[in-house]
Design a protein. Structure first.
Length: 665
């Protein structure tokens, strides 16, 4: 189980929270100075240029009272969500006793600054007064209808208010309906009713269902997917799905966010990130700031990549007013600005993701302290002090020149960490090394200082390894084959194998096509319908080479049209009664592009398909046939795509779908 990201119970905590933050800021001196913004132009300009919104959750008190807060609110954002002011407890604390002061304040601010407002939230189990929770079924439904009619109706003709969260957080973590007072009193029909009442109250508003822990593909998001699909099939007016996006660096990034958005988009709904924040375990460090910045760019990039994603709302913008410290003890610093309104790396990350990296011109710092260690007759280990960067270092280039002077430096490898091992060197030979850092926008640092290395003369070991034997090929496709052999032995140690290949079934010459440190090798990039011969030989650290092995001849498959495909399937989650297979990865193993694919597989007895995405699956008896979706049939040679599905199975049955094969077309 992933640790819960949002506690189930949320009380009304704003006042407590503000008091806590005020207390803390009186005593805690910030340890980090915020990094300077290299960014040019406010966030909203870049978002608008790409047809998206970038928004924030507004707290009414600083919006009314703090100039610094107001300035950022109006300059940087083109969308606002009320953090609390439109919730039931704020608007209708007792039956038909209305208070629109906070809601109106936010809508007026938005109108004055040309910002759109997303109404949050009409029906939720939290921050809803006791008088509602205690009603019987008929009265509760009426109260819900009145509330929606009055609140959504008030802004129906207001040009700023364009969308609503109609229901919020209706699922539990396993994908069942949350056992809220709404569900317990009215059953799941409250959801469809709420959407219909909202459509009646404001026919032009975009109506959303919103939840947390649904950013990735999992049981909860799949339940949401199934519900949205079924509601729309019944003409219930669900227009949009909100992914809250309360992320935490210690739980990892939901790396299938974009794919998840894409599967919802394929249902015909708009998607949006509604409450983004990325909390860290306190205290702040620059390493945590960097990780956090990466999460922010990942989310913005995912939204940019999905046409149906309307934009991203951040759950506040300054750490001075964030719900995180009060809700998640010892966590915080989740937003773009620190408590003194200084921009953090997260700001720059959002900015640069919105403008596609074009305005990040700041190069990483130069790697320093480059040192060599573990020098043998054929290898050296390099390490250096990591560079820093305003948005994050993406990697390092390793450069090498021959000898102790002269010659030119050429790139011999890359590393994503601050170390690199260079192998395959000659004994008794000098080399010079340098490294440089890169960021995601392609800015490179200056090169580090040079370190000169002379490999050892070897051990005087002149005994070659034994000859690799039993070379065999398996798993040959139209573009690849897998070689295995019996490992060699050596008086010191085998350090690796050279893989040699010759064209055809006879003639030609053997040339080296790769190396391996194990007794196997996969050779890819082959032509269909073509023969090749392979041999391997072993090496030791002193550079002694064995005789070559037996020769194995391989003929790749034809792939018919020149295209061919393979499939691998992964069980992502399973529970008593069901499972999700995701990703099911389809790869074009052929030499020419394909425009469609078909995967067949077997469903064990009494397993039934209950959800699917990024593919079109039909079943006949136990045989399932998955065809590509309209947008993922075209694959270049070597390219992959994925689809997924959810299956219901009898309780106690641990089997999963099997026998996946891929064919084209
Ligand atoms: C939070 C607010 O930020 C806090 O000020 C309040 O005390 C509790 O609610 N999911 C939602 C939001 O849909 O409405 C919540 O907002 C955060 C989690």
């Amino acid at each position: 189980m992933t640790p819960p990201r949002v506690p189930v119970h949320r009380a009304r905590r704003r006042l407590v929270q503000l008091a806590v933050v005020a207390l803390l800021s009186a005593f805690v001196v910030p340890v980090l100075s915020a990094s300077p913004a290299s960014a040019s132009g406010p966030l909203r300009t870049h978002a608008a240029a790409r047809g998206k919104f970038i928004g924030f959750a507004a707290a009414t008190s600083p919006l009314a009272n703090e100039a610094a807060y107001r300035t950022i609110a109006q300059t940087e954002f083109n969308q606002i969500t009320a953090e609390n002011a439109m919730k039931w407890d704020a608007t209708e604390s007792s039956d038909n006793n209305w208070n629109f002061s906070g809601a109106d304040q936010i809508v007026a601010f938005a109108a004055a600054n040309n910002q759109q407002v997303h109404g949050h939230t009409l029906v939720w189990h939290s921050q809803t007064p006791g008088w509602v929770q205690g009603l019987g079924a008929t009265a509760m439904r009426t109260a819900m209808q009145d509330h929606i009619a009055t609140l959504a109706g008030r802004y129906a003709n207001n040009a700023s208010v364009v969308s609503w969260d109609v229901v919020n957080e209706v699922f539990d973590e396993n994908g069942g309906f949350r056992s809220s007072f709404w569900y317990n009193t009215l059953g799941q029909s409250f959801i469809a009713d709420a959407f219909r009442y909202a459509r009646a109250a404001d026919p032009d508003a975009r109506l959303c269902i919103n939840d947390y822990n649904v950013e990735g593909i999992n049981a909860k998001s799949t339940a949401m997917y199934n519900l949205v699909q079924s509601l729309r099939a019944q003409n219930v007016p669900v227009d949009c799905v909100g992914f809250q996006g309360h992320l935490a660096t210690q739980y990892g990034f939901p790396s299938d966010l974009q794919q998840n958005m894409q599967r919802f988009a394929a249902l015909g709904v708009q998607v949006r990130v509604t409450e983004l924040d990325v909390r860290i375990v306190m205290p702040r460090t620059s390493a945590k700031d960097t990780t956090q910045a990466t999460y922010y760019s990942n989310v913005v990039n995912a939204c940019m990549a999905v046409t149906a994603c309307a934009g991203v709302t951040i759950w506040g913008f300054t750490d001075k007013y964030s719900w995180v410290p009060d809700t998640f003890p010892s966590e915080g610093a989740a937003l773009l600005y620190d408590a003194n309104y200084q921009q953090k790396p997260a700001y720059t990350a959002v900015h640069n993701a919105l403008d596609n990296g074009t305005s990040d011109t700041q190069a990483p710092s130069t790697p320093s302290n480059l040192t060599a260690s573990g020098i043998t007759s054929s290898s050296v280990n390099l390490s250096w002090t990591a560079s820093t960067d305003n948005v994050g270092v993406a990697g390092y280039d390793i450069l090498r020149a021959p000898g102790t002077s002269g010659g030119s430096f050429t790139q011999v490898g890359t590393s994503t960490t601050a170390s690199f091992s260079n192998t395959g060197l000659s004994a008794n030979t000098s080399y010079r090394y340098q490294v440089r850092a890169r960021d995601a926008a392609g800015n490179t640092s200056s090169v580090s200082s040079t370190v000169t290395v002379t490999t050892t003369g070897g051990t005087g070991d002149t005994q070659a390894p034994s000859t690799p034997s039993s070379l065999a090929a398996a798993g040959t496709t139209s573009s690849s084959t897998n070689l295995t052999w019996t490992a060699s032995t050596d008086n010191v140690a085998v350090t690796g194998y050279d893989i040699l290949r010759a064209p055809g079934t006879s003639g030609g010459t053997f040339t080296q096509v790769g190396t391996s440190t194990t007794a196997s090798f996969s050779n890819t990039g082959l032509s269909a319908n073509t023969s090749y011969r392979y041999q391997v030989r072993a090496r030791d650290a002193a550079g002694n080479v064995s005789a070559v092995s037996n020769t194995v001849t391989v003929t790749t498959t034809g792939g018919g049209t020149g295209g061919g495909c393979s499939v691998t399937a992964t069980v992502q989650t399973s529970w008593n009664g069901g499972y999700v297979m995701q990703p099911v990865t389809v790869t074009n193993t052929g030499t020419s592009a394909i425009t469609s694919w078909t995967v067949t597989f077997t469903l064990p007895p009494n397993h039934s398909l209950v959800g699917q995405w990024n593919g079109v699956i039909s079943t006949s008896g136990g045989t399932a046939t998955a065809k590509n979706a309209p947008y993922n049939g075209s694959l270049a040679p070597g390219a992959s795509t994925t689809f997924g599905f959810q299956v219901a199975r009898p309780n106690g049955d641990g089997n999963t779908a099997y026998g996946f094969t891929c064919t084209t077309p």
